[in-house]
Ligand binder design. Structure first.
Ligand SMILES: [Zn+2]
Length: 150
């Protein structure tokens, strides 16, 4: 694992342009086995009401961390690659029993984009906290829910 911007990143991963998020995405540069650790996030936890203090380009890639808090990149200049993981309703990655650790849910081919289901974190129990973002999903999977709140 390589330490980049405060997060541990599997060296088989690389950041590239993605059609899913309309920006960047995290991709497998080499094939990855089911269960392999992809990333261990080392961001900073920021409460919802302080999100406006963060530059827009950075806060849009923060993840809902639970109870009205978001995990944002530790460095706003050198963004760690785990923050570029895009949403899919049929993801190939998820957190393990360690909430900071993202693992492969199945074998992942070289060239495939790493995806995560953002609904995992922002579930019905969290809806008392106003979501930071709502976007149209373009994952194209048969079970796509079309609009994602996270
Ligand atoms: Zn979808």
């Amino acid at each position: 694992m390589s330490l980049i911007g405060g997060s541990f990143i599997n060296p088989k991963l690389t950041v590239r342009h993605s059609s899913l998020g309309g920006g960047r995405g995290l991709f497998a540069a080499r094939s990855i086995k089911k269960g392999e650790i992809l990333t261990i996030s080392g961001g900073v936890i920021i409460p919802r009401h302080e999100m406006n203090r963060i530059p827009a380009t950075v806060r849009n890639i923060c993840f809902f961390a639970g109870s009205g808090y978001y995990m944002c990149p530790r460095s706003f200049k050198k963004i760690s690659p785990d923050f570029y993981i895009n949403h899919s309703c049929s993801p190939n990655a998820a957190t393990s029993e360690n909430i900071l650790e993202i693992i492969a849910l199945r074998d992942i081919r070289a060239g495939e984009e790493i995806t995560y289901d953002y609904r995992t974190d922002y579930n019905s129990l969290e809806q008392r906290y106003r979501a930071w973002r709502r976007f149209k999903c373009r994952c194209g999977s048969p079970n796509c829910v079309k609009v994602i709140t996270a």
